[in-house]
Design a binder for this molecule. Structure first.
Ligand code: URA
Length: 251
């Protein structure tokens, strides 16, 4: 626990949860200038040192932590290699993903694959694809804050296991939730913002640069967003190149 404020914050949140069954909404964390990672503290993974993507996927499949489990066909844990360069985080499964149990397989997903391909990334080789919530919000509505918070421990464990060099947030919902901000996607996109996340095994904090960009569904609806989205992809690629060459030098 980094300091007294974080402890207070955590206790407030726990009290809210006990009262309402949901974690508090709003910028509680941001007001206190604390990164999201401090609130989602240790002990959410009981098997310290033994976590795995497979274990997370199995828990996700059986999860009943929020009402989305009532309406899902299949939960969608995410997919990709264990040592990805990049992790893409979307919003939540749609109808196609809910049937397939796989992320981004519908029209938006096909566009996402082509976008990644254009900068030599793919879910087969070097890119892990996940969502803020692992079950489909009915009617493709935005996931509720309580649903995002109930699901976050899974995503947190995935990020800590994968340790991607960079995270690409696909759209407003994931960018705002992950970075714990109220800002819109137009203000957030086109820049890297550090996400600090505490490693529950070592207690060390890791920092991963996050690039918010438009959701591929938004690009399908509005052609004019394609150019800025392409600029974002180019930023991602150049940052990757510099990080990769840095890690080669450090080795
Ligand atoms: N949209 C998302 O945000 N995620 C998916 O997996 C599919 C569509």
């Amino acid at each position: 626990m980094p300091d007294k404020n974080a402890l207070l914050n955590f206790l407030n949140l726990a009290a809210d949860y006990l009262k309402t069954g949901h974690l508090a909404e709003g910028p509680l964390v941001e007001e206190q200038g604390l990164p999201l990672a401090y609130l989602i503290e240790e002990d959410e993974n009981p098997e310290k040192g033994e976590d795995s993507l497979q274990a997370i996927a199995e828990e996700v499949a059986d999860c009943r932590a929020c009402p989305l489990c009532e309406t899902r066909t299949l939960a969608v844990p995410g997919e990709g290699p264990e040592r990805p360069l990049v992790m893409v985080i979307g919003e939540g499964p749609g109808a196609d993903e809910d049937k397939a149990g796989r992320p981004f397989v519908g029209k938006a997903g096909q566009l996402l694959d082509r976008m990644l391909q254009s900068i030599t990334l793919s879910r087969e080789k070097n890119c892990f694809i996940a969502n803020m919530v692992k079950c489909r919000p009915p009617g493709n509505r935005d996931p509720a804050q309580g649903e995002i918070e109930a699901c976050f421990p899974f995503l947190r464990r995935q990020i800590l296991l994968l340790k991607p060099m960079l995270i690409l947030c696909a759209g407003r919902v994931s960018a705002r939730s992950l970075l714990n901000t109220e800002q819109g996607i137009n203000a957030l996109r086109g820049q890297f913002i550090d996400l600090k996340i505490a490693d529950s095994e070592t207690g060390e904090e890791i920092t991963i640069p996050v690039l918010p960009s438009y959701h591929p569904s938004a690009l399908l609806r509005d052609e004019s967003l394609k150019r800025p989205a392409w600029e974002d992809l180019k930023m991602l690629k150049s940052r990757l190149i510099s990080l990769e060459s840095l890690s080669l030098i450090e080795e």
